[in-house]
Design a binder for this molecule. Sequence first.
Ligand code: FIX
Ligand code: ZN
Length: 408
Amino acid sequence: MIDLEKTIDKYLDETPIYDIHTHLYNESFGSLLLWGIDELLVYHYLLAEANRYNPMPVEKLWAMSKKEMAEYVWKTVFIDHTPISESAQGLLTTLKVLGCPVTKDLPKIREFFSSFSTEEYIDKIFALSNVKKLIMTNDPFDDVEFNVWEKGYKEDPRFETALRIDALLLKYPQIMSKLQRWGYKVSPMINPSAQEEIKRFLRDWIEKINPVYLAASLPPTFKVPENSLTSDILLKCVLPVCEEFNLPFGMMIGVKKLINPDLKLAGDGVGRSDISTVEYLCANYPKNKFLLTYLSKEDQHSSVVCARKFANLHIFGCWWFCINPVIMDEMTRMRIEMIGSSVTLHHSDARVLDQLIYKWLHFKRILKTILTEKYTTLMETGWDLTEEEIKRDIYSVFGGAFEEFISR
Ligand code: FIX
Ligand code: ZN
């Protein structure tokens, strides 16, 4: 008879994690790689929370230096109020695991971070979070990133790539001139020759950055098929190339961009989506593979039902407004109860390297309770559950199922 709690603790702690969606960058991307206390403090989740407690005129907010903005968030969220929100607690969890003094004295915290080089800090975070590798978000239409790919990219096997095509799908008229400047003979209408050029662009970037998948963040209104540029580009260009390279297309659905534009990155909202588009894609494009995560809590159940119907659909993560214990608990239970371990239960979506620590540790706390319950009822049937099977399950939901899905 295994010691259930000890075994679950062991493998939650020891199982290397494959973090399949982040906004992190390896060291060759320079200033795009964010780490340290000031970056942690100005994270857009915390900035939005500070703005609620102590709203600032928008011109004053964005005139602040990063150091000033960090001090505004620190004072507002951590000193003038109790840091009980998930993002605030997450920052403190990270400090604790790093061995940094968890003090109300911000200069003392800053002193701790000043003692690391970027290279040694990257190694430290991977070791402490037990993330074995992560997937970046690589957007060819971002000028800073484009220049790195042109001039300075150096591979670090811990940082894999994903080709992010939001602009191609959602802002084609605005980025068409860029494609033309790069030598792709595209036109306003997605006619057969434009389709070929868009496919050539996708093939060129797949060859250049070797992505694990293509992906886009999509609005709640995302619908295919429909008479739209998005639908035409997706169905006539993206999916054929994804099939050609056996790459999944990742859909992150439910973002209402800039419902409060004054908050910039912190200004996005959430909306309910319609699962019928995902059902249509999975059913009508059986040779394509799809990844899916919904932003709305209310859409989680339909995504699990859809995943149960289609083996070419892999659902993942507790995304953004779902990365809160109350929602992570509900959606993780739904997933395990309906599709077992054929799912990637979490991703960090980290924008600041240090966040890998708390985004995973806080999720593991939830998963420990759920797995203990599920294995207890399983063993009560008389099933002879082994330590190896628990190890296998945790490996699966921490990226193993994803690796199997992409290797098909
Ligand atoms: O589209 C995305 O990948 C989102 O995750 C981001 O846009 C969002 O700002 C974020 O970082 C959420 O965690
Ligand atoms: Zn993201």
